[in-house]
Design a protein around this ligand. Structure first.
Ligand code: ADP
Ligand code: MG
Length: 399
């Protein structure tokens, strides 16, 4: 039996039990699990282990190597891409042959392909969320120096992120990583995205029996507008007078509000004038998720974390002590033990397979809405019971 060459990452399975001598599509069904996918060209299967589910994609050896290396480096720069778990080479095959290589990635938990978000001939009430999700994803990849080369509906995985949609890039076969991406490469990526999305929207319209002129062909142009606004906001320099130093702080707060962490602030005189030029180096969109993890150890995506932090502040305001660092730490622990953990376990029990953290955010949204409508604060425990009673409603996708 021929033996493949495997490069595997620590912390996962070794994948040695899989029948590599045969193409993945011929593997017995008891090894593979059925998971929904986007439209794709290469053979893809999913396999389940105690450690989790993994996606395996077969392609030519060089392409597989390129994709694996790209995902590995990208993972050190951003959280927006699928996590590589292994590279497999079948040296007994011609390296050009599809199947001479395979890339293994970790299945992105609670993610789903775009079809779940489609309503009618487009994304209906979720259109705005999709615009923000795509614009944000491209901005973050470009900040990380990644030219994607194939941004499309099928090469993105989607997850609910409080009231927003979080996107993850899969498929880095066409990607190139730079120290810093040029404007030319960024514009090229946007052009590819516009074309791919127009094609995707035409397919969605056709699938729902609509004419091409009813397809949402402009979606990519609208994403580009949001992308440009966000990119400019993150990358423009700030010129301030000597007594306007407070503006540095407000710029950082604005970037943090958008979810971006600030890596470094460069201050330099602006030519011969008395003004100062401030350049901010922006990191990933992880400001709130990092803060939540530091404070509580809870791992959530960015908008979920923003909302859970607000809940923690609400809890502190209602039940907090003196506000000293020690009393803050005690209140945080108490919030986790009496609110977050029991509520999240109850959600997991009532709805297996549903992400408990998203459920917790759905409940927070419900508490906020009900309290605002009734004009008085409902309190967490009463609101939680009422939310369950109401059938655990999620966010309305707002137009
Ligand atoms: N790590 C993963 N987690 C979840 N789904 C995945 C993962 N990798 C791939 N997929 C699914 O498989 C599909 C095909 O993968 P992709 O890398 O895009 O292959 P292709 O190069 O053939 O387009 C994707 O559209 C996605 O739905
Ligand atoms: Mg693809």
């Amino acid at each position: 039996m021929p033996i493949p060459k495997l490069h595997i990452r620590p912390g996962g399975p070794d994948f040695l039990d899989l029948p590599w001598e045969r193409p993945v599509l011929e593997w017995e069904e008891d090894r593979t699990v059925d998971m929904p996918t986007g439209i794709h060209r290469h053979p893809v299967v999913f396999v389940a282990y105690d450690e989790g589910i993994y996606a395996i994609k077969e392609l030519a050896a060089e392409l597989a190597d390129h994709e694996y290396q790209t995902l590995r480096t990208l993972e050190t720069r951003t959280k927006r891409s699928a996590s590589p778990a292994g590279l497999v080479l079948r040296p007994w095959l011609d390296p050009q042959e599809e199947g001479a290589g395979a890339v293994i990635t970790r299945y992105v938990d609670y993610a789903f392909p775009y079809r779940e978000l489609v309503s009618g001939s487009g994304f209906g009430p979720r259109r705005n969320q999709m615009l923000d999700a795509f614009a944000g994803l491209l901005v973050e990849l470009h900040l990380a120096g990644c030219f994607w080369g194939d941004c499309s509906l099928s090469n993105v995985l989607y997850r609910y992120d409080a009231g927003a949609i979080e996107t993850v890039m899969v498929d880095a076969e066409t990607s190139t990583l730079y120290e810093m991406i040029s404007d030319g490469r960024r514009f090229e990526d946007l052009e590819i995205m516009r074309e791919n999305l127009a094609g995707g929207m035409a397919d969605i319209a056709a699938a729902s029996g609509k004419d091409l002129d009813e397809a949402d062909l402009d979606i990519g142009t609208d994403i580009t507008k949001r992308y440009n606004a966000l990119w400019d906001e993150l990358n423009s320099d700030l010129l301030i007078g000597p007594d306007e130093r407070y503006l540095i702080r407000s710029r950082i707060e604005r970037l943090n509000d958008l979810g971006f962490a600030v890596d470094e602030i460069d201050v330099a005189p602006d030519g011969g004038s008395s003004r100062i030029r401030i350049t901010v180096q922006v990191g990933g969109r992880t400001y709130h998720s990092t803060r939540l993890r530091e404070l509580t150890g809870i791992d959530a995506s960015e908008n979920q974390a923003r909302q859970i932090l607000a809940d923690l502040s609400y809890h502190e305001a209602k039940h907090g002590g003196s506000g000293s660092p020690t009393s803050k730490a005690v209140t945080t622990m108490q919030w986790r033990a009496t609110r977050f953990e029991p509520f999240a376990s109850r959600i997991a029990e009532l709805r297996p397979g549903f992400e408990p953290i998203q459920g917790y955010c759905d409940f927070l949204n419900y508490r906020y809405r009900e309290s605002a409508e009734s004009g008085h604060d409902m309190g967490s425990t009463a609101a939680f019971e009422a939310w369950i009673e109401a059938g655990m409603p999620g966010y309305d996708p707002f137009p």
